[in-house]
Design a protein. Structure first.
Length: 275
């Protein structure tokens, strides 16, 4: 029974502000350990309930945040950037369940460090006219490969979001959002228990399900008009508003590849404090 963990950092235990997740800071070094602890607790629960292989896909920023030397020795880790399927790299390898660990609310919504791919330039993303967080986008890709979402962890806003896009998943609230940069946090010992228990409980849903492939439309709204103009130079991407672009794709894999290009072009068009 092979399981994948897509591990993001903003929704990890204790994380509440920018320096907790920015590589190179003193706080980031501290929270790398807590992040790795969340992953290890989840791995333990999965193996205790019958997993035979766990692949951890590093999904945050530089995608070099987890401490390999401290990782549960039974797991494998995919680390480093520029993966074709990004946060969901590995979903196409025959895994029978996926865990969304350390996830967060989407751009335009309340939540600790809420965003969708870009930290602050995107004000909203829509998948087939429905507001979409990274979790919703990734769940649609998992469905395309017939892989059930087993667990979603993060703050309470991330878990509220997941109730809609992954209603059968186990939800683990590791902190309660007070504001974008503040939360009521549970200590690592308690979140480890919750994560391990949820991971173990979720394994009764592991197993391939029917693949769901369909065309999709993604629309992205930015905080400045020049970012929409920059993204609209991409073939198939159309500027549909002053700050908004949209595109259609034959399936979710192609939609996410195009979305990745849109965000990369927009990020490259940001210049200094004027954005």
């Amino acid at each position: 029974m092979r399981i994948m963990i897509s591990a993001d950092m903003e929704g990890a235990t204790g994380v509440t502000w920018t320096e907790d997740v920015i590589p190179g800071t003193e706080q980031w070094q501290r929270f790398r350990r807590l992040f790795t602890g969340d992953v290890n607790a989840t791995i333990a629960g999965l193996f205790d309930a019958g997993a035979t292989d766990v692949l951890v896909n590093e999904a945050h920023s530089s995608q070099r945040n987890l401490l390999l030397e401290d990782l549960d020795g039974r797991a494998r880790m995919l680390t480093g950037r520029h993966k074709p399927l990004s946060m969901m790299q590995g979903i196409d390898t025959g895994v029978e369940g996926v865990v969304f660990l350390g996830y967060h609310a989407g751009a335009g919504f309340d939540g600790v460090l809420s965003h969708t791919y870009l930290e602050n330039q995107i004000t909203g993303v829509w998948l087939d006219d429905v507001p979409a967080s990274e979790g919703r986008l990734n769940a649609a890709m998992a469905a395309e490969y017939g892989v059930p979402v087993l667990v979603v962890s993060g703050d309470d806003k991330a878990c509220d979001d997941a109730q809609d896009y992954a209603p059968e998943a186990e939800l683990v609230t590791v902190k309660e959002c007070v504001s974008r940069y503040a939360a009521i946090c549970l200590p690592p010992a308690r979140t480890a228990e919750l994560l391990a228990s949820a991971a173990a409980d979720s394994m009764n849903r592991a197993g391939r399900v029917e693949r769901f492939t369909t065309p999709h439309r993604i629309e992205v709204e930015f905080d400045a008009s020049h970012l929409a103009q920059a993204a609209a130079v991409i073939p198939t991407v159309e500027q549909i508003g002053i700050r908004r672009v949209g595109f259609d794709a034959p399936d979710m894999t192609e939609a996410m590849k195009a979305f990745k290009i849109v965000t990369a072009i927009a990020a490259g068009a940001v210049q200094g404090i004027y954005g």
